[in-house]
Design a protein around this ligand. Sequence first.
Ligand SMILES: [Fe+2]
Length: 376
Amino acid sequence: MAPSVAEKTAPANTLDAVVNTVKDLKLEGTNDAPADNTAAQDEDKGPSYPAYVPHFDVSEKFPPLEIFEHSDPGLRADPTKPHLLANATTRDLSPYIGTELRGVQLSELTSEGLDELALLTAQRKLVVFRDQDFKDIGFERQIAIAKHFGPIQRHPTSGNVPGYPEFHVVYRDSKNDRFREYDGPNRLSRTQWHSDVSYEKQPPGTTLFWILDQPALGGDTQFLSQVEAYKRLSKEFRKRLEGLRAVHSAVAQAERSAASGGPVRREPIESEHPLVRQHPVTGEKALYVNQGFTRYIVGYKKEESDNLLNFLFDHLAKSTDLQVRANYEPGTVVVWDNRLTCHSATPDFEVSKERRHAVRLTPQAEVPVEGKVDED
Ligand SMILES: [Fe+2]
């Protein structure tokens, strides 16, 4: 029998290449509580947070995920959000998506405050916390806070932290450019709309992402509201989508990782999800397709599926009036509802001169529930 993708991971010499690339950065230490380093970024000094430099161990393996019962914390939230917003200043980024918060520390939120954050994130799709100490509170506290929203997905291929596979590390500098490794240099744009790991049976919900090092300009994350994208469709078209399911696949991601000498920690899976899903807290319906992982519509012939999916992907990408950009300042943490949004990195900075280093924790949520057309 042919070996599986997970079994075909890199030979030792390619792993050595990855390890040596990391060693080139002259990094030391994996302390649980990395030192606060707010000094100006200096390429020669290496990353400000070396403990979070991505780690790729091709021998690391995970068992398949198991289905769990998810009760969303947003269901328990006080709708007036006193624990989250009592001392906060809020600024909406657009009518449909995105709210910026100042004056509140994510790290100090009580259980009630985290419930309210889940609700606010579901309502606004994206919350941008400024001036946070979250990056300095250490691995254990970061993970404990994220776990409030659900079991944390351990990424099957991306860089993580030794002993802490919950962390998904995003890292680019002059010697490491995973975007280029994945996509090659021959594209007009490297915009890649996707929702994270939508191939899981229980894809992520409330998702945390914080910046450690950033370029002087650029490197934003673009977000769009799949709720508003769904609302824009005519009722007749929404009826056409009702009942349809699409396959989301991890296979290409695993194959790319294996081909570039990276890990495949878990056998890549494919999941069927409804094209329209309903949020368990707000009841809002969202178009649930993304160009990164949605491959085909179940029961359609190839041309039918390609046409419909490409129309929906175009709709999402071209509707700039339902998109926002989250930019980063030192201490920024962004929280998004991965069930209701797509996002794309913006690799618009000069990677030969600048470093961008960020970390994600990705709590999983419910098995997607189909959203039906309202009878109004
Ligand atoms: Fe992503």
